[in-house]
Design a protein around this ligand. Structure first.
Ligand SMILES: NC(=O)C1=CN([C@@H]2O[C@H](COP(=O)(O)OP(=O)(O)OC[C@H]3O[C@@H](n4cnc5c(N)ncnc54)[C@H](O)[C@@H]3O)[C@@H](O)[C@H]2O)[C@@H](O)CC1
Ligand SMILES: [K+]
Length: 513
């Protein structure tokens, strides 16, 4: 698992060490230089004679770049520091000069921007040390101009120092120009903006360097890695049977959209549900059975619901594919799962609420409900609860709006995207496992089915400790991305094939022995 702490928490952890004279910047810059040497060796035969440009801002982030530049210069690298601000880290500058590095004071001759940017672009590696956790808003002034010019030209290998300069450190926003990194070397701990969209797309490969910080606060954002999913995946024991492994109730599809039912039910079967119970129009049930004869269409108890995929609701307009019967079934399932008055207590179970199901929710839901909107659906859900927000705003600040939806609905919110954000009761997860190919029709139905199976397997745990929903949802998002990789091998893939790849991915991830 990768855990990220806010800028304030990182500073609080640094303070006592700095007061005690612990050389944090030396540790950070040495690790940075070591990584750059590795990159140089991988990219060209010899380090000696390689060209490295440092983009240096006013603060300690620039100091890290300058000190790393001094190490590199002593190894025979030709290092040029480009200064964009009146101030620059004095000790770092002195170290670089003493090691034979060159300094280009662009702030004293801004008319040289074009020529300097051209030199920078021809370097073997560029270190972006313009701004770190001291960033306030979008990059400004000459730093912003330089990044804009570099962005427009041919791209050298860019290593971001601590973070790509100009991203929202704590919220992952991209408020202005940012130089996209091939690698980010971050110090002490990851920062939330490195994991959260849209900034996460600008980070490249992430390397976290331990500089000895003791972070005591809860991480602000977490990202699960494949081994975490393997550990969390429900593995049946000798005493298990289909009911203890979890029955998933699927309320999906209509006669206009039967495919959603087939996909969600197939995915639940492939993810290892003890049993899948399909609830819907008989003709759709037949379509499901034709693909998955394991599915049961008789009514009965379930341990989790996956509902709403392919069940359009729509407001104010007579929408094609509206099926009042499916709405009623979904509403009944939602009420029982939430434990609303009049519902049998033992039917209080987790629920995945997808697509049209989002329109059928009561104003508030229990935290063991996992809502799975994409940005447009989240905007609509928020508007119905009084927020003035469009899809574009959700895409610009996904974590803000996912958390807002969590607050307003009470449910756990999984916001789908190429980085999926999950806002849960005790924290936020960001999973960057979904390539753009995954944005295909039916892919969301598969996610709902797999998540239904995961929640059914841990039904009582999730209702008893609802904070678990977010972790289960994140593990599912990761599994979904891995299954795509397996099925598509880097190319396009049909949604049903994603479901088909789940068993092999699970087998690979389970701890051996
Ligand atoms: N405190 C320490 O000793 C350590 C700090 N470290 C480094 O120090 C960084 C934090 O350093 P600072 O607190 O000096 O902050 P930064 O280096 O992030 O930059 C702050 C400076 O940038 C300017 N600035 C702020 N927002 C700007 C904007 N939008 N456009 C242009 N200029 C802007 C401000 O005038 C301020 O002087 C970390 O990211 C990390 O790289 C590491 O060396 C680890 C140890
Ligand atoms: K930086």
């Amino acid at each position: 698992m990768i855990e990220a702490w806010s800028a304030a928490d990182v500073r609080a952890a640094e303070e006592p060490l700095l007061a005690a004279g612990v050389p944090l910047m030396e540790r950070a810059s040495f690790a940075l230089a070591t990584q750059v040497l590795r990159d140089l060796r991988a990219r060209r035969r010899s380090v000696r004679g390689a060209r490295v440009a440092l983009l240096v801002g006013a603060g300690n982030n620039g100091g890290d770049a300058l000190h790393a530049g001094a190490y590199l210069a002593r190894r025979g690298v030709a290092v040029t520091a480009v200064l964009v601000a009146e101030r620059a880290h004095a000790a770092g500058l002195a170290a670089l000069r003493a090691a034979g590095g060159r300094v280009e004071a662009l702030h004293e001759a801004p008319e040289r921007l074009g020529g300097v940017a051209g030199d920078v672009a021809r370097s073997d590696v560029v270190l972006d040390g313009l701004l770190g956790i001291g960033a306030r808003g979008a990059l400004r002034g000459l730093a912003a101009d330089l990044v804009r010019v570099l962005d427009a030209g041919p791209r050298p290998w860019v290593v971001a120092v601590d973070l790509p300069s100009g991203i929202g450190v704590d919220d992952g926003t991209v408020p202005g120009p940012v130089l996209r990194a091939d690698r980010t070397v971050t110090f002490g701990a990851a920062k939330p903006g490195l994991l959260l969209p849209p900034a996460a797309h600008l980070v490249g490969e992430l390397t976290v360097v331990d500089i000895g910080l003791a972070l005591r606060a809860e991480p602000a954002v977490r990202r699960l890695e494949p081994a975490d999913v393997g550990r969390a995946w429900p593995v049946p024991g000798p005493g298990d049977h289909k009911y203890t492994r979890g029955v998933v109730g699927v309320v999906a599809g209509t006669s206009t959209y039967p495919g959603a039912a087939v996909l969600a039910a197939s995915a639940a079967v492939r993810a290892g549900a003890g049993m899948v119970r399909y609830v819907g129009p008989p003709a759709v049930g037949q379509a499901v059975l034709a693909v998955r004869p394991e599915v049961v269409t008789a009514p009965g108890r379930v341990q989790a619901w996956a509902l709403g995929s392919g069940v359009p609701v729509g407001f104010g307009t007579a929408q094609a594919g509206r099926d009042e019967g499916q709405h009623r079934r979904a509403r009944t399932a939602l009420a029982e799962a939430a434990g609303r008055p009049g519902s049998p207590v033992e039917r209080t179970v987790p629920a995945v609420v997808d697509a049209g199901g989002l329109d059928l929710l009561e104003p508030t839901s229990p935290p063991w409900f996992v809502l799975t909107p994409h940005a447009g659906e989240l905007a609509a859900l928020l508007r119905r609860r009084g927020e003035d927000v469009e899809r574009e705003a959700v895409e610009a600040e996904p974590v803000r709006w996912a958390r807002r939806a969590r607050e307003l609905t009470g449910a756990t919110v999984l916001l789908k995207g190429s980085v999926t954000v999950v806002a849960g009761m005790d924290g936020t997860y960001a999973q960057a496992d979904a390539p753009a190919w995954l944005a295909t029709a039916g892919s969301g139905d598969v996610l709902a089915g797999v998540l239904g199976a995961m929640l059914a397997a841990r039904s009582a745990d999730v209702v008893g400790r609802p904070a678990l929903s977010a972790e289960v949802a994140s593990a599912t998002a990761l599994m979904h991305g891995l299954a795509w990789r397996r099925a598509g091998q880097g190319g396009p893939v049909a949604a049903l094939e994603i479901a088909g790849a789940v068993p092999a991915v699970v087998a690979d991830l389970l701890p051996r022995g």
